[in-house]
Design a binder for this molecule. Structure first.
Ligand code: ATP
Ligand code: MG
Length: 202
């Protein structure tokens, strides 16, 4: 047998073993459940991943709600796209970044008003998917009460999926979440003096 044939045979055997292992694990995962997905870490890719899941959800005809707790100076492409969709309702906290407003009381009032929208979505069993974009900062800054946020997440409809984004997620949020991804900041173009790019950054 040639080296190549021997290698192909070994590959086939390894793939068969892998397939039976993966098939067994897929067969074991039988439960259906609304997931809490947490996207955190210092690297780029948290909000854009959340909006990727929104695109998937809308593609499947699911009803979605988006609450954005911080809004920067740029008009985000995802909002421009999904605001027109009858399947998506959007609520945006109408302040900018905390270092732009520099006004704690105003930020807290805006955070609370925006959180009320989130609570409505988290109490509505007609809503299949909720995105709470940049929610973690509201807890870090103490703008929202951590216990109230955790309670609303715990008491949401059983089949409702929630996606939370933002850096420095509280450990209670990490514990409560079903899926947690920490995006690492290996490199970012901004640090090389490149300005924000339409489509990639907003
Ligand atoms: P994205 O929306 O692109 O997925 P993100 O949600 O992971 O980013 P945020 O912390 O919310 O990250 O920041 C949003 C903006 O800041 C985006 O324009 C993004 O490109 C930029 N950004 C994200 N991470 C970094 C970083 N490590 N250094 C510099 N800029 C960053
Ligand atoms: Mg983000």
């Amino acid at each position: 047998m040639s080296n190549n044939e021997e290698r192909n045979k070994r590959h086939k055997r390894a793939m068969q073993r892998k397939k039976s292992h993966i098939d067994a694990r897929i067969a074991e995962a039988q439960r259906d459940k609304g997931l809490l997905v947490l996207l955190t870490g210092n690297g780029k890719g948290k909000s854009s991943s959340a909006f990727g899941m929104l695109a998937r959800s809308v593609g499947h005809g699911l009803k979605c709600g988006v609450v954005q707790f911080i809004k920067g100076q740029w008009e985000c492409g995802e909002q421009l796209l999904f605001e027109g969709s009858p399947l998506v309702e959007f609520h945006v906290m109408n302040t900018g970044f905390t270092w732009e407003t520099q006004d704690r009381d105003k930020d807290i009032a805006a955070a609370l008003a925006t959180w009320e929208k989130a609570v409505e979505l988290l109490s509505d069993s007609d809503i299949d998917v909720v995105i709470l974009d940049e929610l973690t900062y509201m807890l870090t800054y103490g703008y929202l009460d951590k216990e109230s946020v955790l309670t609303a997440l715990k008491n949401r409809p059983e089949s409702q999926h929630v996606i939370v984004t933002g850096r420095n997620a509280a450990k209670e949020l990490v514990e409560l979440a079903d899926t947690v991804s920490e995006v690492a900041d290996t490199k970012h173009a901004f640090n090389a003096g490149i300005k924000v790019q339409k489509g990639i950054d907003y």
